[in-house]
Design a protein around this ligand. Sequence first.
Ligand SMILES: [Zn+2]
Length: 327
Amino acid sequence: MNYPIIDMHCDLLSYLEYVKGAHPFFEKIGCNLNALKAGNVKLQVMAIYTGTETGSADTGLKESEIFKQLLKDEADKLYLVKDISTLNAAINSDKIGAVVSIENASGFCEEDEPIENAFKKLNKIISNVERVLYISFTHHGENRFGGGNYTKAGLKDDGRKLLDHMHGKKIALDLSHTSDALAYGQLEHIEKYKLDIPLIASHSNFRAMFDHPRNLPDDLAKEIIKRKGIIGLNFLRAFLNNDDPNVFYEHVLHGIKIGGENTMCFGADYFYASEPDPTRIPYYHKDKEDASCYPVLLKNLEGKVAAGFLEKMSHKNVIDFINRIWI
Ligand SMILES: [Zn+2]
């Protein structure tokens, strides 16, 4: 069965922004448009990623313009998904649907400007790209909103203001790059003020299967499951398991075991490193090098999972999620 695929996270936009001479068909970035097509990807979430650094908000805005231009330049291949009807159309079309997310809120607010600017700049990005599916407050490090995966910092005052701003806006909160303290702080604030903010982990695996600060502890994964969010499994070797590519399937089975049958999806996290970290090469196991791999991964799950699960993991869980939050 050739399932339509939805993937919750790639870094094509930051590659196009940061790398000189970059183009969307470059074979060394796993989410190049040819690989997405070969993998039957019908919706790819494209992250606006910036570091926390001077000029980050300009970079975030620039990536939103890159997205807009990309959809124009590749109009015969890409299709903007901005509501339920364009989502349904993308799933049934020959094109690759695309929607933006924001990975690191520094992409719309510098560390040293008034917080009110954040909301104006976020609106500007949204007006460029028409829809933002989710926001993660941090990347690995710490910023004015809170602490990232490799820190112990929790939710800060500006993070509380950003949550308040997101209330009722149909933009999900992504826990993939939070410290545990930040994730629990965000949950507490959402609960305390009864905020209407959907919760996801766009590109994360399970700490119970591979112990890494980028992976979700079961308590947080269960919280996402309970709130009818989604969890996109990440393909990076460093987070799956450095040595054994088949641990990917164990992450899937673990997700099902803790109740995530209707939660699991893909969040491959394809990016291009112009200066690769020698300790992490190769970034992906051979069987997950680019986006053409999804059908094979699903095929390998046949017989290991309940009937109907492959349909859910490949696309249906995300479609159901988006239908819940965008109405
Ligand atoms: Zn990431």
